[in-house]
Structures are given as C-alpha cells and as structure tokens.
Design a protein around this ligand. Structure first.
Ligand SMILES: NC(=O)C1=CN([C@@H]2O[C@H](COP(=O)(O)OP(=O)(O)OC[C@H]3O[C@@H](n4cnc5c(N)ncnc54)[C@H](OP(=O)(O)O)[C@@H]3O)[C@@H](O)[C@H]2O)C=CC1
Ligand SMILES: CC(=O)C(=O)O
Ligand SMILES: [Mg+2]
Length: 763
C-alpha cells in the first residue's frame, strides 16, 4: 500500500506549475486566419447562430462537454467547513478525474456564499456556460434545498455528487458485498453513521433497492437518531428509529450486518466490528481518514467485508467510480436532468462489471494477476477501462427511455467505440485491425495455453469474434487455470499434443518434417521427438492445414522460435531471410519499424530483404511505404564505416523498385524532419514526403529504439512484432506482452492468414 506524506502531497500540488489542471485550445491558432476565425470577426457568426437557435450552442461551443464543479466549501471531504477557497484543491482534483476518466472538461468554481438562496442565484446565473453541474462538498441540510431548487430552475443535469455519486457506488458495492456474504438486502440490519448529504442519499437508495427502514439505525454527531428526538430535519426524520434500546454507536452495531460510515474518521473500534453479525459488511467511507482503518478492520476478524473511500486499499468505494461516467452519459444525450432511472442504471452497470473477468490493465496497476469477484474485490477499480463504456451507455440509455434526453443515440456500438477512442484506450488503428480480422475469423493456435496472459488473450480474441482459438496444453491444467481466472473454455478446442500418439498427428507431422529436412540430417525418430515441443507441433498444425495461424513466444526465446520456424515453415523462396516489424502509433503519426527482433548483423543483401519485406508489410496495412534506411551518417558522408552497407542496400532497392519512395542512408532526425531533409538533401527520393517506415541498420539499434520509444511514451500504442517473410502466418509475442498485445497480434495473424488463403486460391 502506498502511504502518502504531507510533504509529498504539497510538493505534488506545487511542482511544475501550481495546481492540477489547465485550459488548452482545441482549434488551430498559428496563422492570422486561424485567429480571425477563433476570435473577431469570425466568432460573431456562431454567436448569431446561437442567438437564433439556442440548442446550436452544443454544436459551436464546448458547452456539451463542460461541467462546473461547484462548492461553497462547507463540507470538504471530512474536513468540514473550511471555506470556499480552501476546498479548491479538491475541486481541481475532481476536474482532473473528470478529464482522465470521462474525457470531460471542468471549470472548478468556488463560491464564497453559505446562504442557500444566494448560492443558488449565483449558480443559476453562470449555468448557461455549462452542459452539467456537479455540486460538491456542500453540507447538509442546505445541500438538499440547493440541489432541489437548481434541478427545478435549470434545464441541464445537476447532481450533488456527495449525495448521489456516493449513493450509486455504495449501493452497487452493498449489492455485491451482500451477494458475497450470502445475505438478502430485505433482511439485513444496517447501521448508518452520519446523517449528512452522503448518508441520507445513500440510505434512500438502499431502501429503493429493498432495504427495510425498520432495519436501519442512523446516527449523527449527537448519537442515534430516534423518533422522539426534537428538532430533527425532514431528512433525518425519514430514518429516525422507533427503537429505544440503542443510543450509541457501540449499542447500534451489536448484531448488525452492515455498517456504513459517512461521518468522521476513527469512530468505529475493532470491538464494535467483533460484535457484529457473521460476515459483517463494513463501509468506512469518511475521507481522508475512514471511520476505522483498513488494517484495524481486517485484523478485527477474518470474515469482514471491508471498504474504504481510499484508493490505497481494496474495494475502494469512492464517487470517482461514478461521476465521470454518469455525467458522460448524460452529456452525450444532452440530458435535461440526472433522474432516478439513470442512477439505478448506473448502480446495475457498476455492480455487474465487478463480476466480469478483470482486464489486464487493471491487474497491472495493482500488481496482481488474479482479481476476481469475492471478499477483496466486489467493486470495480477506478482504472477499469470498461467503466466508461458500460456505465455511460447505461446512463444514456436510461435518459432516453425516461424522456430526459434531447439528442438520442442510435448506434450503441459506435457510441462505445467513440468512448474508447476518446480516452485513447483504443485507436483507429487497432479498431481497423480488429474489424478487418472479424470479417474473416481464422483458426489460430495459441502455443502457451496454460499461460494466464495467453489464455486470457485467446478467450478475449474469441469473445471479440477475431478468431477461433485452438489451445495447446494439458486440458486438466488449462481448465484449472481457466477456472481460477473465471474464464469459459467450453467452446474452445484444446489439443494435448503429448497425448497425440503414434497413429495420430504427431507421427504424420514428424514424417513430413523428416522428409522435408532429410538432406539436413533429420531422421523420423528425431522429428518425432521434436513434435513433443509446442512450437514444432503447433507450427506443424499450420503447415499441414489443420490451423490457419500460430501465436507463440511467451515462454520461448526468439532464437529457438526462429530456428523452429525456419525448419517447419521455411522462409519464402524469394527471400534469404525473414524479419519482424513493430508499428508505433504516436502523436506524430504511425511509424513502421524494422527489423526489431531477428537479424542481428544484417549485411547489404539481408538489409535489402528487410527493406523489401517492410515495403510489402506496410502495403499489407493499406499504406504507401515511404522508407528511410537509417544509419549514423547521411547519404555517404561516412564512406568507410558500417553505413556503407546501408548505402549499397539503398542503391539496390532503388534499382529494383524505381518508383518506390526509399532513400538513405540517413540519420533519424533527417528521416523524421522533412523540411530539414529537403533543404540539405534536395536530391532525395523522399523529397516532400513524410517518412512512415524506418529500416534500421542492425538489430541492436532497431530493438533499442522501439523499446526506448515505448518506455518514454507509455501512452503510445505499439503493435508487434509482426512477422514478415515466413511461408505461413507464424507470429510471435514479446515475453512481457500483455493480453491486448497478444489480441492485437492475433488480429494481424488472422488477416495475414486470410490474405494468404486468397492468394493461394487465385494461383
Ligand atoms: N467515499 C466517498 O465516496 C464519499 C465520502 N464522503 C465522506 O462522508 C463524510 C460526510 O460527508 P458529507 O455527507 O458530504 O458531509 P455533511 O457535512 O453533509 O455530513 C456529515 C455528517 O456526519 C455527521 N457526523 C459528524 N461527526 C459524527 C460522529 N462522530 N458520529 C456520527 N456522525 C457524525 C454529522 O452529524 P450532524 O448532522 O449532527 O452534524 C453529519 O450528519 C465525509 O467524511 C466525506 O469525506 C462523502 C462523499 C463521498
Ligand atoms: C469523495 C468525496 O466526494 C468526499 O469525500 O467528499
Ligand atoms: Mg465530496
């Protein structure tokens, strides 16, 4: 668990530039024309359009993607009434979260006004700027009046997040925790500590889900709220208990099934948890210090199902799991409000997501590989990339069905796709690959079926209809791994090659290999022995037409895979070698890089082959190759060193392909800077062209370069290694490849296999 010190938190906020958010232009602004369009005189036209047709404000401005996070600082986290300006770091923090999780822009607005009437007037006056309003950290009971009024007077979604965001997430958490505990919401005894904005709204939602008011005891700073207490607010009256046997928290939690804390830090003791019923659910949600620390609660008894509001412990119940996606869905249909139906849809979507297999990125962030639904995981993690598609779509749909949407969504798959692209989870490049593969899914053998990453990739590729997977491995072992990871293998073929006896395929494959390599010293017995190895057997399945493509590499060294591929599959007759390419999708465009894995010290002939293979592969991805052959000198400036072989390979390529855009040798900065290159070397064949393909002079430089780019740009999408030059679609993965990397390379292998089939049918 990461522990946060005061010094670290202050330095984080102070360093680089003070604060956490900034405003960025989204339109070009470099030329005089740009500026005349952005501001006067051009800007007058959209102004007049909006005057004529008010709804066109969504078309010409950022209103539809802009949320105001507004607070008066009266209940900032659990710090209390610290004033409007002191709450600004929290509101900026919400701005950051809205942006990274929902792609939503935020202005944080701190209003120094405690009077609810005057506060509402201020909000009403600035509302035209925004597509939605997130009220934050405003204390009870004033927050109830403020939200009710603004919902009535404004025609955009208004949500007090401490009330409803918290209610939605904690209700989803409660639903799932009760399932883990095997209890029914209608029967459980619930203690709610706190009777403020969050507590009242959460409890209302639990009741809407089936909890019984008679089973609820609520407490505020004065103790248990009993029906005979005087001066209770309307909201507190709703949950005042008729019981007279409980006065304190200690008495209230005795025998209770659920404790929900939305009050103050350190008010619940270990003894109190010990006095609760079996499998007690403890949601200690006060921030930043929970009602009881995670460690103390877990140490109190083994069967406790524990949540806090903090990101540094399991089962975080924090409204960050909801607000970015609830507002995203509401904004995208230009909703007039966020209503009960939309909230319930969000509860269901969040609760359901926790039961689905967890994507790798989530496991990676938490340095685990086995998050599955249960006591330590009953609420999705905030970093789960599916939250945006599942929750936003559910909320948008509910807005449409309940009649508050101004603009309907009709293409839901397209909408989810747009959301994934908005957050950079998926780019057009990956999408295009997956969509193309889906048109003609092929049979793909996954060599290391027992490896959790490869198993997940195979199941995901099947779920996305990219391929029909075939897994190599021992079926019992694979099923065990699958059941641990909660993966369904029922429709997936598993081949146990060790059980494949002499009459079976192993003998056929061995015979074929022995015949093919008879003049290279192979005997049948030797080949039969080799067929025990997954790479020999798997590649033979493809070679013999029992499968269409093969994915391997997580367990084996490239040198071994290369050797087997050369023996079983062979290099295409027109080439001396084969190679690999990586595709980098960067902010500056898509780049194809070769040869990243195979040829250590290519001579000029091998470099020529790599250039040819690269040109083929780039065309395979429907792009026109513009190839720079790289070195440390430019166009012959070093006439004696290693650039000479690059120079010769370029000459050869230019001779064979008079129309191909290829040149070199050149340094990488000349390759990537067209202006610099054209000025200094105007004779180049690449004049006026943007290079998209970089052929490196040797394996060290290519491999180090793509790994460097990957390490420096964790956000950049990288697809590869893509094999080029073997007779069949045999593809490799990096030993540290993620599920997504393998699914991507599977899509490439499927397209490769399909193109191969078409070519063969034509011949
Ligand atoms: N994890 C999450 O996602 C979220 C957590 N929270 C946390 O919940 C807490 C409350 O926030 P919010 O509802 O906005 O604030 P409010 O100011 O509206 O409510 C605070 C409530 O806590 C009660 N209270 C204070 N001290 C105690 C105590 N010792 N025992 C029992 N009740 C007590 C107050 O009682 P009284 O009515 O008598 O004043 C009041 O009802 C904060 O710590 C906040 O950080 C809030 C939103 C989301
Ligand atoms: C999380 C949150 O909104 C709060 O603690 O107030
Ligand atoms: Mg809050």
């Amino acid at each position: 668990m990461v522990k946060i010190s005061k010094e670290a938190a202050l330095a984080y906020h102070e360093n680089n530039r003070p604060g956490k958010i900034e405003v960025k232009p989204t339109k070009p602004y470099h030329t005089q024309t740009d500026l005349s369009l952005a501001y006067s005189p051009g800007v007058a036209y959209p102004c007049l359009e909006i005057q004529q047709t008010p709804d066109s404000v969504y078309k010409y401005t950022d209103k539809g993607n802009l949320v105001a996070v507004i607070s008066n600082g009266t209940a900032v986290l659990g710090l209390g009434d610290i004033g409007a300006m002191s709450g600004k770091p929290v509101m900026e923090g919400k701005g950051l979260l809205f942006k990274i999780y929902g792609g939503i822009d935020v202005f944080d607005i701190e209003v120094a006004e405690k009077d609810p009437e005057k506060f509402c007037e201020a909000v009403e006056k600035i509302a035209p700027t925004f597509g939605g309003i997130n009220l934050e950290d405003i204390k009870a009971p004033q927050c109830f009046y403020i939200e009710d009024r603004l919902k009535r007077t404004l025609d955009i979604p208004v949500m007090h997040d401490d009330q409803h965001g918290t209610a939605i997430i904690s209700a989803a958490g409660l639903k799932n925790a009760l399932e883990v505990a095997g209890k029914n919401i209608a029967d459980v005894k619930i203690v709610v500590n706190g009777a403020g904005a969050a507590a009242i709204s959460c409890t209302k939602l639990y009741v809407a889900l089936g909890a019984q008011v008679k089973n609820i005891v609520m407490l505020d700073s004065k103790g248990v709220i009993t029906s005979d207490r005087e001066n209770l607010t309307e909201q507190k009256k709703l949950f005042a208990t008729d019981r007279r046997d409980v006065h304190t928290l200690e008495e209230a939690v005795k025998g209770a099934d659920v404790f929900v804390g939305l009050s103050k830090g350190n008010v619940l003791s270990q003894d109190m948890i010990r006095s609760m019923a079996d499998s007690p659910i403890v949601f200690a949600l006060a921030n930043p210090v929970p009602e009881i620390s995670y460690e103390d609660a877990m140490a109190s008894r083994p069967d406790v199902l524990m949540s806090t509001g903090r990101s540094d412990y399991p089962n975080q119940i924090n409204n960050v799991i909801g607000f970015p996606y609830i507002f995203r869905g509401a904004l995208d249909v230009h909703a007039r409000a966020i209503n009960e139906e939309m909230k319930m849809a969000a509860v269901r979507a969040i609760a359901d997501l926790a039961k689905q297999p967890v994507p790798d990125v989530v496991n990676d962030v938490y340095h685990v590989n086995d998050l599955t639904f249960g006591p330590k995981y009953f609420i999705p993690k905030p970093v789960d990339p599916r939250l945006i598609t599942e929750v936003s779509a559910a909320v948008a749909k509910a807005a449409m069905e309940s009649g508050v949407a101004r603009t309907p969504i009709t293409d839901w798959e397209g909408y989810k796709q747009h959301l994934r692209e908005l957050l950079g989870q998926e780019t057009k490049l990956t999408r295009k690959l997956h969509d193309t593969a889906r048109l003609h899914p092929q049979r793909v053998v996954f060599a290391e079926g027992g490896n959790p990453t490869m198993l997940k990739a195979a199941v995901q590729a099947k779920a996305e209809s990219i391929c029909q997977p075939i897994l190599l491995g021992n079926p019992d072992r694979l099923n065990r791994v699958a059941s641990r990871l909660k993966l369904d293998l029922s429709d997936i073929e598993i081949i146990d090659m060790r059980a494949d006896n002499e009459q079976g395929r192993r003998a056929t494959f061995a015979k074929h290999l022995a015949e093919k390599r008879a003049r290279e010293g192979y005997t049948f017995e030797e080949a039969y022995d080799k067929m025990y190895e997954r790479n020999y057997f798997g590649m033979s399945l493809v070679e013999q037409g029992d499968a269409d493509a093969f994915i391997t590499g997580l367990y084996t060294k490239y040198s071994n895979t290369i050797k087997v591929a050369k023996e079983v599959i062979g290099i295409r007759p027109e080439f001396k070698t084969f190679g690999t390419m990586h595709i980098l999708n960067t902010q500056k465009g898509v780049f194809y890089i070769a040869d990243t894995l195979i040829n250590r010290h290519p001579d000029e002939d091998v470099l020529t082959d790599i250039a040819k293979l690269s040109a083929h592969t780039v065309k395979f991805f429907n792009e026109e190759p513009v190839i720079a052959m790289l070195s440390y000198s430019n166009f012959g400036t070093d006439a004696a060193g290693s650039p000479v072989k690059v120079h010769k390979a370029v000459a050869e390529m230019q001779k064979i392909y008079p129309d191909l855009a290829i040149d070199g040798e050149m340094q990488v900065n000349y390759a990537l800077n067209k202006q610099l290159r054209d000025e200094k070397y105007p004779f180049s064949r690449l004049k006026g062209k943007d290079v998209n393909t970089l052929v490196f002079p040797n394996l060290s430089s290519a491999n180090a370069s793509y790994k460097l780019l990957q390490a420096l740009n964790p956000e950049a999408e990288i697809i590869g290694p893509i094999q080029m030059g073997l007779n069949k679609p045999i593809h490799f993965t990096d030993s540290e490849g993620s599920v997504q990397d393998i699914v991507n390379i599977t899509a490439v292998a499927v397209i490769d296999a399909y193109v191969e089939k078409i070519k063969n049918n034509k011949q």
